[in-house]
Design a protein around this ligand. Sequence first.
Ligand code: UDP
Length: 331
Amino acid sequence: MRILVTGGAGYIGSVVSEELLQAGHEVVVFDNLSRGHRQAVPKKAELVVGDLADRACLDELFRSRAIDAVMHFAALIEAGESMKAPEQFFRNNTANALTLLEAMLAARVKSFVFSSTAALFGNPARTPIEEDDTLQPTNAYGESKLLVERMLGWFHQIHGFRYASLRYFNAAGASRPDRGEAHRPETHLIPRILDVALGRAPHLNIFGCDYPTPDGTCIRDYIHVSDLARAHLLALEVLALENSGPLLYNLGNGQGFSVREVVEVARRVTGHPLPVIESARRAGDPAVLIASSEKIRRDLGWQPRFPDLKTIVESAWQWQRTHPDGYGSMP
Ligand code: UDP
């Protein structure tokens, strides 16, 4: 198949692009490079630099290339940022997704894999979170993605779209020593901890130590980026079948770690004391997010290959240590 990967110059999109190529698919990456990196796009993929707000550009792309399915990663992803500038999230994540769906409709491309998020659930009523639990985001990021899930439901019902919505919990780790997380600025916990280990920051700020958790810090379910990528390929196989229904899946390891526990694992991996400073809560952060991924295990036979947090942090450390400037460190 020829797959259009929006955001294929980003962290998860580039890993999935590489897996698609390895599985024998063709990949067209569409990215405005506002957050992604040209060097992250796998060599065998075609890169089209463009913006999802540009409908004419999308129409030309679909007209000139026989696209079979779309995987949509391009989005703003930082929950904290979304509580300062929600308008950017509704523009980039919601409105641009609609433009993409309209272009697909016009081009009669109806298979779609969507990067969704645990942030859909807000403060969950129970743990681990199952797919049909209440969707009630506590931040504008989660809301911007929930609106896309809702649109997809209608596009399925009315236009016969086949789609998978994969709700990522905390993506982490590196798929290879030379392919990893490189956000600018970096806000995610594991790379920020590793920045301290590299001497690029004097300490880690822990955002909130008064949550209702055993050690007072937020608990998250960290999932290796390669395990996430595998789920996309499995979903794509099912979407190729006629009449496949909506595939809604939570993706995590079913195990939560507090911020302090992640720091402790990183101390063991890096051998660095990793000083921390207890700071104020970050707006919009739920206390605990842990996935039940039973459904995707049952339906698609998905199995995480790297569920161990130490392995995840080690892979991130290997990448970050050898590429302190991310893709800017590449020759
Ligand atoms: N966090 C923190 N210090 C940091 C970055 C993150 O204490 O410098 C906390 C954050 O408040 C959250 C957890 O680490 O509780 C995971 O945050 P991240 O931004 O990595 O992912 P999120 O869960 O927001 O998607």
